[in-house]
Design a protein. Structure first.
Length: 480
């Protein structure tokens, strides 16, 4: 595919802006939850679904969205996802009840599940593997790292300055701009070698992943051994086992498992899973700590995250330069180590804590971790991937991050709640009990993040990152 240099970089700017919008919506809701609860009369048990409905559909449909982009046309699918995301953002801002907001958030997740793998596969087929693609993926990874931190910042500012509805309305101009510019800047491409669509595989993997995310989410409220939770976990295992059995026999599978024989791709997905697990839950716990223990307003909570968001921009830019000079592996090791160190620091937050002593040093470590992790993971996830499977690889890495995020929120929230309840039963004050719960969650986060360091050291291979991709023009159908 021949694309002018100027058009390439303009396309990258568009794709990054839309991806920023998608990543932003993962975290932007956290700080606004108390305001949403009051305005729409949410019950405490249903409030989590403002976050979980998005994660459930996002995580469940990513593989399907990625393969649909490869087969049906990457630009076409990107535009379809943008339309769904923009309309559902409008509906979320206009929500009048629990059900209407949860439904709109679910459709936002569907749009995100279509946009993200399509956008990343467009990027990977537009830029040549090597230094050029590493620069582009560095920008993409920086957007992921910054967007995760900026979400909590913008959520607080918009909720206090305007109202919670604006955390959704802010997506609309971005979506409309993308719909205008995408046909101009993005080339259409697809995998023309596949003649049939693996419908049963799509149903099995989407149902299996959705059941898994739902089970993880419900575990936080019903308990890990509750009948409903166990039932959905069992259904998920059966569906995903059926998916694997079907895929290895299908002549044109939705997912070619040979993609995971590349250790670096497998390592990127392990690291991405752990990164999602740690960061999703980290921001939720810190938001609750600032609001429920330190008494911060939504605005003050959002501004407190400025140190993370601002530093993440800087560290992501550095990481994007370093991966082309010293390689993906050392940058990722530094990132996962810094993320682990940040979580270690937060294990000492206190009831009478201050921003400078309890939060700022940890925020700076986390910012380094985000920048130095998202960028190399984005590059490693596409190492040696042929253009025809760019959507599949893109969907896979995003699935790893979303499933990891859902698991992290459920597992660490359960730990925090259990320890808080025990502390209250033992006579602790509410604030002291909450801090005890947060300590337990952060310790669990440290263990998970440390596994990410091991994965980066053992699975990321320099030779696979430097391996050239075979020329595959015959299997690509590229429109002018």
């Amino acid at each position: 595919m021949v694309v002018s240099d100027r058009r390439k970089w303009l396309a990258l700017g568009l794709l990054s802006a839309v991806q920023f919008m998608v990543v932003l919506d993962i975290a932007i809701v956290n700080v606004a939850l108390p305001s949403i609860q009051v305005d729409l009369g949410f019950s405490q048990e249903n409030l989590q679904w403002v976050i979980s409905a998005y994660a459930l559909v996002f995580g469940g449909f990513l593989l399907l969205g990625g393969r649909a982009a490869d087969l049906l046309g990457r630009r076409r699918i990107f535009l379809a996802g943008t339309i769904v995301f923009t309309i559902s953002s409008l509906l979320a801002g206009l929500a009048w009840s629990e059900a209407s907001l949860i439904g709109a958030r679910a459709f936002q997740g569907l749009g995100a599940a279509v946009i993200t793998p399509a956008a990343l596969s467009i990027l990977s087929t537009t830029f040549v593997e090597g230094r050029e693609r590493n620069i582009a993926l560095g920008v993409w990874g920086a957007v992921g790292g910054f967007g995760a931190a900026a979400g909590v910042l913008m959520g607080g500012v918009l909720t206090d300055a305007l109202s919670w509805e604006w955390i959704f309305f802010v997506n609309i101009p971005v979506g409309l701009t993308a719909l205008v510019l995408a046909p101009i800047l993005l080339k259409e491409s697809r995998d023309a070698s596949v003649k049939s669509f693996d419908a049963l595989g799509a149903v099995l993997v989407t149902s299996g992943l959705s059941s898994l995310v739902y089970a993880i989410t419900q575990a936080a409220t019903d308990g890990w051994l509750a009948g409903k939770t166990v039932g959905f976990f069992t259904a998920s295992i059966a569906l995903l086992a059926g998916f694997v059995a079907w895929e290895v026999r299908h002549p044109e599978p939705l997912m070619r498992f040979g993609i995971l024989r590349t250790k670096t791709v497998s390592g990127a997905n392990v690291a991405g899973f752990i990164l999602g697990t740690a960061t999703f839950s980290l921001f939720l716990m810190l938001t609750l700590y600032m609001q429920q223990v330190l008494g911060y307003s939504p605005m003050k909570t959002g501004v407190a995250y400025l140190a993370v968001a601002g530093t993440a921009i800087f560290t992501s830019a550095i990481a994007a330069q370093l991966v082309t000079r010293i390689g993906v592996k050392p940058v990722l090791v530094v990132g996962m180590t810094s993320l682990t160190a940040g979580l270690v620091y937060f294990t000492q937050v206190s009831v009478g804590g201050s921003y400078l002593a309890d939060l700022l040093p940890g925020f700076l470590l986390i910012a380094v971790g985000l920048g130095f992790s998202f960028v190399p993971i984005s590059i490693a996830a596409l190492a040696g991937i042929q253009p025809a499977e760019a959507g599949l690889a893109s969907g896979l890495i995003n699935t790893s991050q979303q499933i990891g995020g859902a698991l992290g929120i459920a597992a660490l929230s359960t730990i925090a709640t259990s320890r808080t309840d025990d502390a209250i039963a033992g006579g602790s004050t509410q604030a002291a009990a909450l801090v005890t719960g947060f300590h337990g969650a952060f310790v669990a986060g440290v263990i998970l993040a440390a596994i990410g360091i091991v994965a980066a050291l053992t699975l990321i291979r320099r030779d696979e990152l430097e391996q050239p991709v075979e020329e595959l023009e015959p299997v690509l159908d590229l429109a002018a």
